[in-house]
Design a protein around this ligand. Sequence first.
Ligand code: FIX
Ligand code: ZN
Length: 422
Amino acid sequence: MAVNSKNEKVLARDEVAPAVAEAVSKAAVFDMHTHLYEPRFGELLLRGIDELITYHYLIAESTRATGLAPEKFYRMTKKAQAEFVWDELFVKRSPVSEAARGVLTTLKCYGLDPRRDGLAGARKFFKGLSAEEHVTLAFETAGLVGAVMTNDPFGDAEREVWMKRGRRDGRFHAALRIDPLIVDLPGSAKKLSAWGYKVDADFGGRSAAELRRFAVDWIKRMDARYAAMSFTPDFTWPDDSLQGRILRKSIIPACREAGVPFALMIGVRRKIRPELRDAGDSVGQGAPAAVGRLCAEYPKMNFLVTMLSRVDQHELTVTARKFANLKLFGCWWFLNNPSIVAEMTAMRTELLGLTYVPQHSDARILDQVVYKWRHSKKTIAEVLGGKYTDMCDAGWAPTRSEIKRDVKALFSGNAMEWLRLK
Ligand code: FIX
Ligand code: ZN
């Protein structure tokens, strides 16, 4: 019987893929990008069936399927919106899209029968769940050991909670999200000045130092694990535009001073259909080479990167082979579909081995962690099962504990190491 250096039995060929599937299914998950909130943030934590069904993906899909004008949809109450989406995408049409199927998976994982119980039965199930109970239910069902929020100090409701310095829920970690600095510096500068940071609308005078001080103060206040920004496809580096100067003179120095990585989420074409609101964003091809130039300029700083265009993935993954400080994470947004998750996971494993984070949920509604991880784990397990079987055929059969070790790195270890949580 063949054994490894620790005298552990190596698996037979036909045991490998099932062992990978079992390890993935049981793997604890650290979710490094979500839009969830600790329960103490109140209404900011979206949860329950009506929020799940009116997720902006399903708003786009239901207004497309019916031709309903978005402004008419948004004039409905949340309850009426949910009933519209349920009727149009689940009753009148089969819920085969990824977002619609996700609702079914979540309900099924909670023990409901979506077709039998329907919207009314689902509403009954969620009724009366406190936020704490709901977080525990969703996290335990999804196997989450931690989730990183998307925290915006420019959001008045959120800022108020942070200023109260309440007791933290250890299952949640903060990320300082500062898109408003790039999207609307004049508006952000007004708020910053009111908070005591002398930042000018044109980024003149002492703005760079003051913006750096603001970022460091908030990274510390939140104990943020990283700072993050989303960028349009034309992100470039080096860049002497206002965006490039804000990054070079304030944000990157703040991350280095606070000892946190900077996350770049690149490729959003914002609001191509404004009337769709959150559902109105699209995607565009970016420049992975610019990410490489950024990593080359700051070799001692980690950059967490996810790009939105499928077209960019191969060049980005090859670029990551050159820079150990380029940390790829997730199949973001329009990429979070089984067909593309499979392609990206295979490419990343073939080019990077196990030095990446295969997925983040990007969950906006608490219950989405259930389906987003269930769907992703199934796809990732199938790809990894094939890769480990190929490795076995090449003469290196794995042991169960080696598979568990590797799967743990992919689903929690790598992310927690990058975010200095282990
Ligand atoms: O910028 C982001 O973090 C995006 O994930 C969101 O803006 C986007 O609306 C989303 O939630 C996609 O799933
Ligand atoms: Zn997001």
